[in-house]
Design a protein around this ligand. Structure first.
Ligand code: MRU
Length: 349
């Protein structure tokens, strides 16, 4: 995808965020010079997708220090810690957010004895490294994952785990891109992904930009396609993966995994190690974000239900490891049994 479609960019003391709430209709770049703007952009999903949130948060930490002038070391530290805490409290599920903020905190601690202008530069360097690192991880995921796909393949995906959700290239869509680059004939079926339609608005948009065949379906049509033998594999991204291989991803992923299992269709998860949580044993421990009910009562600004109707709106669900055929990472493909496989690859990260 072209540069303008990069989710997050550092530009001359500001962070440019491509406002994903406006896509595909309008291409709006938010120019943010205050970390509160990053907090807002993450909460409101202007930037979304686990790795992209991590990158945005890292630059949020940079912004929190960048314009601090007359401040002593204690004041600098206090301002940075406050920003890290607020950024941590934006969304609870994606591990990449916490992973990235931890890296920023380590960079801060390591450089704190330097002149403050050098600490700022060290933080900027680390944020840029996090971004570049994610891009490379996604490219490697693509490379390993593409090998799993046959030469002609129909892929079902859910939500958006593409360039827009990462530093670029994507995880699930990284596999698709790499397969297409290898000359494989890939056709993607994109679940619309209610309530916020990341599949309809973003996955279709970015694949069409790259000239990759894509067909949009409503979430409740996946079973129909699988029953008729149209889908060869399912590939999704992840927001958090526990040490036993359970996977939190966009709400609806679990239903797709159950359907894939019933139809004996391989179900692949593509994610970098920044998404794995070494502190959690099983998916039951993953905090699931609950979002505003109006996201369900409305589509965009259009009410589709009575204003006062009771709704539930969990943003993610957990797919248990037994429904997952393989997890594709930047260090290679992990197959069951996951506890051993994840531990072995974690040691090389
Ligand atoms: O609520 P979102 O849009 O941030 O949810 C995004 C997803 O669920 C993605 O599938 C996941 O973050 C993987 S992105 C490579």
């Amino acid at each position: 995808m072209d540069d303008q479609l990069t989710a997050v960019q550092w530009y001359d003391g500001k962070v440019r965020i491509l406002d994903q709430t406006q896509l595909p209709e309008d291409l709006v770049l938010l120019e943010i010079s205050d970390y509160h703007g990053i907090v807002k952009a993450i909460k409101e999903l202007s930037v979304r997708g686990a790795p992209a949130i991590g990158v945005a948060a890292a630059y949020g930490v940079v912004l929190a220090t960048w314009y601090l002038d007359e401040v002593d070391r204690a004041g600098f530290l206090e301002a940075t810690n406050r920003a890290i805490l607020e950024l941590k409290n934006t969304r609870p599920t994606a591990k990449n957010l916490f992973w990235s903020l931890e890296r920023m905190r380590t960079a801060l601690t390591k450089n704190l004895s330097k002149p403050l202008k050098d600490v700022k530069l060290a933080l900027l360097k680390e944020a840029k490294r996090i971004q570049q690192d994610d891009l490379e991880r996604c490219q490697n995921i693509g490379r390993y994952g593409a090998e799993l796909l046959p030469n002609r393949v129909n892929v079902l995906t859910h939500c958006n785990a593409g360039a827009l959700a990462t530093a670029g290239y994507g995880t699930a869509l990284g596999m698709v891109r790499a397969a297409a680059e290898m000359g494989k004939k890939v056709h993607v079926y994109a679940d619309e992904t209610r309530p916020l339609l990341q599949g309809a608005r973003l996955t279709t948009f970015e694949l069409m930009e790259d000239g990759i065949d894509v067909t949009l379906l409503c979430d409740n049509m996946a079973g129909y396609l699988m029953q008729r033998g149209v889908i060869d594999v399912v590939i999704v991204g992840a927001d958090r993966i526990t040490m036993n291989g359970d996977v939190a991803n966009k709400i609806g992923t679990y239903s797709v995994a159950v359907l894939a299992n019933a139809h004996k269709i391989p179900f692949y998860v593509a994610a970098p190690f920044s998404t794995f949580d070494p502190d959690l044993k099983t998916g039951q421990d993953i905090p699931i974000e609950k979002r505003d009910g109006d996201e369900v009562r409305k589509i965009g600004s259009q009410w589709i239900a009575p204003e006062k109707v009771s709704v539930i709106n969990p943003a993610f669900d957990v797919t248990p490891n037994h429904l997952i055929s393989a997890i594709v990472t930047e260090h290679g493909v992990i197959t069951p049994p996951y506890v051993e496989g994840i531990k072995a690859k974690f040691s090389v990260d």
